[in-house]
Design a protein around this ligand. Structure first.
Ligand SMILES: Cc1cc2nc3c(=O)[nH]c(=O)nc-3n(C[C@H](O)[C@H](O)[C@H](O)COP(=O)(O)O)c2cc1C
Length: 474
């Protein structure tokens, strides 16, 4: 019920709501990404008329897979050398029990999203282990397993996986409803139904997405930003017959659009005149200590034409005192590029305010359920600090972000194109011109010059700038 039909320039039609159907959502995380993704699924569920009953997989007193009738969604990462996260240990031990019969989970329908990093030998092994064992115990997929690679960007798999999840869940719930109905009416029929083929939504995600490769990082450098847009022929297409980032062709350009509901605003920012220090970088990480160390050597290991650039960086840690051993992880925090931050400030009309302290609060009376102040924005820091150290300004904008940007765009043509890009009808344009092209916020703001978002909107929609983890080896 989240997508209401919208005619060009029209208003969303009122749609009736069904009572919300439940599904169980379990996450197993080591560093927080699987949890953040589960929270995103939890948040989106409402707009799809569904309710996610979400728990950490370790909270085994809060759910019971032995009796679970509703579909189960599992988001699980990998740590160590192909191990499931610590929070999943007990769960894995429980399902590994050799005495369990092969139909132990025959009643269970599930979809699994594994997180990993292809730089590691045992890619997504935590998720694969759980997936394999659930299959051995008779559980059935209602949706293809997704394996997301942190090395090229989890979102390349996570976003389409979540987009496809809703239809698959609805089909699974419908099937379950029919099954229950049959069960109630004629018990004899139920046994044959349980073995009937599933109306599974075949996405073949896992195989497709693993083949995605990272675009040359160099092409994302700030100096080449606008060049990139020209290069990929999105701003200046060959002719009107060709679609581009800013230009659509029939049928998209002529159709009525189903666009997502406008996400409610929930952030308020206030500039303060006070002076002071920005927080120490260590406050941006949840565990461990931070050290600022010089980079003493940087060598490009790959050729210029390599699909993915690999760099050997040497850090001088002579002046730091800490113990480490093979298997430990270092988290490297890379700030956003200074000139990109400056460009963003300029477009936002906030160049003068970069050094002002900003107070970020939840907007009073917001309609967003459970709105909380983003934890990754410090209580007291300057605007430049937030844009440099806290927000992932190069993230690929999600459809909800595009939907919100529509409201800040004055040019009618640009507004319509942004509506198309977040609409159901424009789904393949979104994939092609935004996701696959690695378009980021600055690209969009260059391509749609009448779009003038507020700082609060950016804080609502730009994800946390994550520290990147690297394992220590001998
Ligand atoms: C110390 C460490 C070990 C890891 N080991 C693996 C591994 O063996 N296989 C893999 O596919 N990914 C591995 N990863 C990558 C993580 O699974 C990946 O970054 C994931 O997105 C983390 O999700 P989380 O924050 O929910 O734990 C490892 C990451 C770290 C920091």
């Amino acid at each position: 019920a989240g997508a209401a039909p919208l005619r060009p320039g029209g208003h969303p039609a009122v749609m009736c709501c069904e009572s919300k159907r439940r599904f169980l959502l379990l996450y197993a995380t080591q560093k927080g990404q699987a949890k953040a993704i589960a929270e995103e699924i939890w948040q989106q569920a409402g707009a799809h008329g569904l309710e996610a009953d979400m728990h950490c997989i370790s909270e085994m007193d809060k759910y019971n897979l032995e009796t679970e009738k509703d579909p189960v969604v599992i988001v699980i990462s990998t740590t160590g050398t192909g191990e499931p996260p610590d929070t999943a240990r007990k769960f894995v031990k429980k399902i590994q029990d050799k005495t369990l019969p092969p139909d132990h989970f025959a009643h269970l329908q599930y979809g699994l999203l594994g997180l990993g990093d292809s730089e590691y030998m045992f890619f997504c092994n935590g998720g694969r282990t759980v997936d394999r064992r659930l299959q051995e115990l008779g559980a059935q997929h209602f949706y293809d397993t997704g394996l997301a690679d942190d090395c090229v960007g989890l979102e390349l798999v996570v976003d389409p996986w979540i987009d496809g999840l809703w239809l698959a869940l609805k089909e699974a719930l419908q099937l379950q409803k029919e099954k229950e109905g049959m069960n109630n009416a004629v018990s004899a029929v139920s046994s044959s139904l349980s073995t009937a083929p599933h109306a599974v939504h075949e996405l073949k995600l896992s195989s497709e997405v693993q083949n995605l490769k990272l675009e040359d990082e160099e092409a994302r450098g700030s100096d080449t930003l606008s060049q990139k847009l020209d290069d990929i022929n999105h701003v200046a297409p060959a002719g009107d017959a060709e679609p581009s980032l800013v230009h659509s062709v029939p049928p998209v350009s002529q159709s009525a659009l189903n666009i997502p509901a406008l996400p409610p605003e929930y952030i308020e920012v206030e500039f303060q005149d006070t002076q002071g220090e920005n927080p120490h970088l260590s406050s941006l990480i949840s565990e461990g200590r931070t050290f600022e160390v010089p980079v003493t050597k940087a060598v490009q290991l790959t050729r210029e034409d390599a699909v993915k650039t690999a760099l050997l960086l040497e850090l001088d840690i002579a002046d730091t005192a800490f113990e480490y051993q093979p298997g430990d992880a270092f988290c490297v925090m890379c700030p956003n590029n200074v000139s990109e931050v400056e460009k963003l400030l300029h477009i936002l009309g906030l160049s003068e305010k970069g050094d002002n302290f900003v107070c970020v609060k939840v907007k009073q009376g917001t309609k967003k359920k459970g709105a909380v102040r983003p934890q990754h924005i410090p209580e007291r820091s300057t605007l430049k600090f937030i844009l440099t150290w806290c927000l992932e300004i190069r993230a690929i904008p999600k459809k909800a972000f595009l939907r919100a940007l529509v409201e800040c765009t004055s040019d009618a043509g640009e507004k319509r194109r942004l509506q198309e890009l977040c609409s159901r009808q424009g789904a393949s344009d979104y994939t092609h011109f935004i996701r696959d092209s690695n378009v980021c916020l600055l690209d969009l703001l260059h391509a749609f010059p009448s779009c003038k978002p507020s700082l609060s909107l950016l804080i609502e929609h730009l994800p946390k700038l994550q520290a990147r983890s690297y394992s220590v080896s001998r």
